[in-house]
Ligand binder design. Structure first.
Ligand code: GLN
Length: 524
């Protein structure tokens, strides 16, 4: 695990002995000779622990922060990790996270909690989840950038809490080969970095078709996306005469939205308007149901995905060997060992999701939960398609089946409403999270379901597979220059004090990743 504690200065001076520069150079050359090329040459990149690192980094296990995989060393590297290495990057280490990506605070980990570098009144703050370790590693400059995964907000939320940038690309652009799945239909590899240009350069390197991943967008669709993006780019570049139309979802003014975050949102919008961009209020009525739909669909997929961790096909053996009676009972099909493996291996939150998901998929509940949640997912996608100026390129592809008749009617009704064409926008801007990071103590006292509300602004883009970025903006009264994470020395001296920024989220139409990045850069 990459620990949030940085290496000591003593440590550094020992490993770089100034008396033997030639020897040191030779040593470094031998160690890194395979990486002495490429746009990421020598850059340290940390990897969330649910992304497989392979034989090139044999000391790194891939545990997904679960006891079921505590000794798991993957025989191969994820495609995204391979691409990083081929482009010269150095894998800095694996970062702590919520078990199998399930959580919003990076506290559900077999390796212990992740702590934000910011503190409030001497209390440790949540780093956000589930890619909290990756966010802290970037914020504290233990690496240049990090990979995370985002199923319902797990790259964007920790980025917002830790004052850095977190980008979730359109679903299907970055390979999922080598990821330990949570909910396949939403799992997306994302990047965490200190600024938007770094996120963009990593994204461009990783944005490749991968035949190992059946959900990787094929070259034909990619070609369509890039030609559309090229046209948009010339139209909407920073400083270009054509201003952007920014959608402001009125449905996001929820009562959970705290006032510092609300004020940061309004200030950001005012600033953009002053700079010549146009603000357009939009309605996304399904937002309110999106969170409930997500927490039916994601656990349902998880309950199926995690069935393989049974201690036989995957997963660690039990701490103590099975008793004679257990082994005998198992032979008669009672599944005693199976339930012991899973009972000992999985943490409470994972067990909760497996139960929830298995229930939602059961014959008695399927129609009332899983099917309804799927319908809401289509409504969320339709909401987005209705507000974006660019058409959804997937819906023009013949491969995608058209919506069901009752839904098609609803979409047609909405599309024919009088303001539809004039109110179409290029991007949406919303807060990333409803509040600033809570203290870890407060989170621990919360009902586990209360944590789910942190994802209210991030899950809609996940359900629709849309590109989305979280960018830090300074809070009221904080000068631009001090809105960003403080120095590593201050962190070593016991924490940075209270948070100085809130995360603003930019969401774009499917495939408009470059426009989302562009808008992120304008905001930052
Ligand atoms: N907090 C959400 C969940 O627990 C999102 C997690 C994620 O994006 N991996 O499901």
């Amino acid at each position: 695990m990459l620990s949030p504690q940085p290496a000591t200065r003593q440590h550094c001076s020992r490993s770089l002995n100034p008396l033997q520069p030639q020897r040191v150079r030779n040593l470094l050359h031998n160690l890194f000779k395979d990486h002495l090329h490429g746009p990421l040459f020598g850059k340290l990149i940390a990897i969330k622990d649910n992304i497989s690192t392979g034989p090139s980094t044999p000391s790194l296990a891939t545990t997904a922060a679960s006891n079921t995989l505590r000794k798991h060393a993957s025989p191969f590297a994820a495609t995204v990790v391979r691409l990083l290495e081929e482009n010269g990057a150095l894998i800095a280490g694996k970062t702590n996270c919520d078990e199998f990506g399930m959580g919003s605070h990076s506290l559900n980990s077999a390796h212990g909690p992740v702590k934000n570098a910011y503190v409030r009144g001497g209390h440790a703050l949540s780093a956000g989840g589930s890619s909290g370790g990756s966010a802290v590693a970037v914020a504290t400059r233990q690496c240049w950038a990090a990979l995370g995964t985002d199923t319902g907000g797990s790259v964007r939320l920790p980025a917002a809490y830790c004052g850095i940038v977190g980008f979730k690309p359109s679903y299907g652009l970055l390979s999922r080969w080598g990821l330990l799945d949570y909910a396949n239909s939403m799992d997306t590899v994302g990047v965490l970095s200190r600024d938007v240009p770094d996120a963009r350069s990593l994204f461009r390197i990783l944005n490749r078709f991968d035949e190992e991943d059946p959900t990787s967008l094929p070259p034909s669709v990619r070609a369509r996306l890039s030609s559309a993006n090229a046209g948009e780019e010339s139209d909407k570049s920073v400083g270009n005469a054509r201003s952007l139309r920014i959608g402001v979802p009125t449905d996001y003014c929820l009562e959970e939205l705290s006032s510092p975050v609300h004020r940061a949102w309004i200030r950001t919008l005012n600033r953009l308007q002053d700079e010549g961009h146009q603000l357009v209020p939009v309605n996304l009525p399904s937002t309110k149901q999106a969170l409930s739909a997500y927490y039916v669909l994601a656990p349902a997929e998880a309950s199926s995905n995690l069935a393989k961790y049974d201690g036989v096909r995957y997963g660690s053996r039990l701490q103590d060997s099975p008793s004679h009676q257990e082994a005998e009972a198992d032979k008669s099909g009672k599944g005693v060992l199976f339930s012991r493996y899973r009972g000992e291996g999985f943490g409470d939150e994972v067990k909760r999701r497996i139960l929830l998901g298995a229930f939602a998929l059961s014959a008695a509940a399927m129609d009332n939960y899983f099917i309804q949640a799927q319908k809401i997912r289509r409504l969320v996608q339709a909401d987005f398609d209705r507000v974006f100026a660019s058409p959804n390129p997937l819906h023009t592809a013949s491969s995608l089946s058209p919506p069901k008749p009752d839904l098609a009617e609803k979409i047609a009704d909405e599309a024919s409403s009088p303001h539809s064409m004039r109110s179409r926008v290029d991007v949406l801007i919303t807060p990333t999270a409803p509040t600033l990071p809570p203290t870890i103590d407060d989170v621990r006292q919360q009902d586990p379901l209360a944590s789910y509300t942190n994802d209210v602004f991030t899950v809609p883009a996940s359900l629709a597979g849309l590109p989305s970025i979280s960018v830090p903006v300074p809070l009221d009264g904080v000068a631009e220059t001090t809105g960003r994470p403080q120095s590593r020395a201050a962190y070593e001296d016991g924490g940075w004090g209270d948070v100085r920024s809130a995360g603003m989220q930019v969401i774009g139409q499917f495939g408009d990743d470059e426009i989302v990045l562009r808008m992120g850069e304008i905001i930052e």
